[in-house]
Design a protein. Structure first.
Lengths: 391, 391
């Protein structure tokens, strides 16, 4: 009998260029007693050709063979409906599945008796979970890339330049939200020579912002903006409106605005109003990392598009920037996945133990049930509704 | 009688987004006793709307009115043939006209009795000419922007990143040519955290390269590569081939290669062979600032295009990067033009004096003659041929 196998899917979502495992990480997976099967072309968009995988010890196979033979299926995002439907009972699916956004899909996977493991459920404050923290590794890339995208769209210099013919003033960059992505953006913009200001509703962020060379912006935010697990909590509508009003004066004094405010599984706060963007100078750039199907941080933003407003402001809806830096993003993600596999796998098999703090966070479905409390809670009222209807 | 006027043309070349004068510089021109006429829409692509010019004291006019009423016509690049044909005797045309590339056009302007003044003729080693040095201001932008473009095309991080999940190595950047553009690229790549190596055929460049944090690359270049006016001299075919051979081993060890080797009015040296690019790793990026109608520094490069080779290398033909950062580029250029106007204009009139060292360089045609020696020298053999034919 051949050893149990891990399969690496080719991502099919629009614009997704990442791959869940990269050649340099394959040895760490085979060391766990697992064969590695890679779908043909899976790494191509991330600049990992098929032969790099075979050289590293993987077998390149069709999607059908992969789904038939892999006990563990690795993905970056939630696979398409057809692929999900092909999964069979007992298979383990690992990815950034966004269970809070798609509880219905999780319920379906539970019915198929698939074990769904989602890296975005990881308890991020747990230090032994850090090597598995894909949200951190991907947010770090998003923050860096947001600055690179902004610098490329911006028609002036980032750094101060003093020449015989005169001085070019440095770009003034505003970063909203100082989580992993925000801090990465602050550091990168500062490196490139911009003057950086930043804001976060969590008072603890002030020290981190200042340590990266940015100024902390005083704004009339909520008294206490910290939530659970190191995240900002969701603001009330009134708090959000007060913050947005304050920013209407602040935003137009900046050349570049990068917004990174997200609350897990909820609509991102709307921080930059249409009026604020309309008051910006021509040539200014706004990059909205919160842009996605649930909304975004910037009123005029269109997800996955780059628009130019009537007053000449470029607004980039950048909900998936890690996909635009796919080699680094895939490598970091693959390392996170390998660390998680090392935690889950014993003697070549995934051993589920929901009393383990990490597993309690990441294991969404198992044994025919939606077992993760946060996802189950979203499904509970619906189950109730269904009962009411049938009653 | 209205005072003499300066007219600012709207650029019409493909991809050209700059404008020769910007609102903040208009006061410096009117202080010379000149009115400023701006062609409608001239600043739009550089994010300077027409109303910004009128607010600054200029009049926005049609191209026809401009050509009829402006004694001095300002452009960035050489205007199109129709515009040139509309110029009348006594008019002064100022721009980066590239006289060595188009001596025939200069001869035509001389026949029209237009005074053509080209900023690329400036004696760059003269310290009092530095405020007028448009080649420097634009090359500085090209070098900075080359790094921004490369960082955006590159699928990994520039800086070293150490995380709980592992380390991302810094990008290794190679800069060929350490003139203004090369030094600007070196400084920017170093700022962003890359490991930078650079080479220049002028031995004096070593100190400048090292002072910006890059390593100087030892290559079997010519014994003495410095030419006139601070430029590198043109290499012999043999020297160029030896350098290209040496680079075939060096180039593939880098993730990013930025080439900046140019020799005024001549074919740029071919430094990076097809074999060198074919040996680079997938995801690598090459930016060729030398790419243009006369060739480029990189064998597979296509001017003004971004191609991806069969082995996954992005090659950017970036002959006019200042146009891609048009607000900064126009502002710097406008300051250079204003400094030149201050030098040329007395009592609202351009006063030509070819005994002046600056004017001897920049004044290409005057009084019906091609007066700049370098341009005239290119026309001389043709004149001789014409005589031979008619004889």
């Amino acid at each position: 009998m051949s050893p149990p196998a891990v399969g690496v899917l080719r991502e099919t979502a629009a614009g997704e260029r990442r791959v869940a495992l990269v050649p340099e990480v394959i040895a760490r997976v085979t060391a766990l007693g697992l064969d590695v099967l890679v779908e043909k072309g899976a790494g191509q968009a991330a600049w990992f050709p098929d032969n790099a995988f075979t050289t590293a010890g993987a077998a390149v196979v069709s999607r059908r063979d992969l789904l038939e033979n892999a006990g563990i299926v690795l993905a970056v995002g939630l696979p398409d409906a057809e692929t999900l439907a092909s999964l069979h009972g007992g298979q383990v699916l690992i990815g950034l599945l966004g269970p809070l956004l798609r509880p219905d899909v999780m319920a379906q996977l539970a019915r198929q008796r698939v074990t769904a493991v989602s890296l975005d459920g990881l308890p991020r404050t747990l230090s032994r979970a850090q090597p598995m923290d894909a949200l951190t590794s991907q947010s770090n890339i998003a923050g860096y890339k947001a600055v690179v995208v902004a610098a490329d769209a911006y028609p002036r210099y980032f750094p101060l330049l003093i020449t015989a013919a005169g001085t070019a003033r440095p770009a003034e960059v505003l970063v909203l939200g100082a989580g992993v992505a925000g801090l990465s953006a602050i550091g990168t913009a500062h490196r490139l020579g911009a003057v950086v200001r930043a804001y976060d509703v969590r008072p603890t962020a002030r020290g981190e912002i200042e340590s990266l060379g940015a100024a902390y912006l005083e704004l009339p935010g909520p008294e206490q903006g910290a939530g659970q697990g190191g995240y900002a909590r969701a603001l009330t509508d009134e708090e959000e409106a007060r913050l947005r009003d304050a920013l209407t004066d602040v935003v137009p004094r900046h050349d570049i605005v990068i917004t990174t405010a997200q609350v897990p599984g909820r609509r991102p706060p709307l921080l930059v109003s249409e009026r604020a963007v309309a008051a910006m100078r021509p040539g200014s750039v706004v990059v909205d990392l919160g842009a996605g199907p649930m909304g975004g941080n910037v009123a005029v933003c269109v997800p996955d598009e780059r628009i130019v407003t009537a007053n000449g402001v470029t607004v980039v809806g950048a909900g998936n920037l890690p996909a635009a830096m796919p080699t680094a993003a895939s490598t970091a993600y693959a390392r996170n996945v390998a660390a998680l596999l090392a935690h889950l796998v014993t003697d070549g098999e995934v051993v589920i133990d929901l009393t383990d703090e990490i597993q309690a966070g990441v294991v969404i479905t198992h044994g025919g049930e939606v077992v993760q409390p946060a996802t189950a809670a979203l499904l509970a009222p619906r189950a109730q509704e269904a009962e009411e209807v049938s009653a």
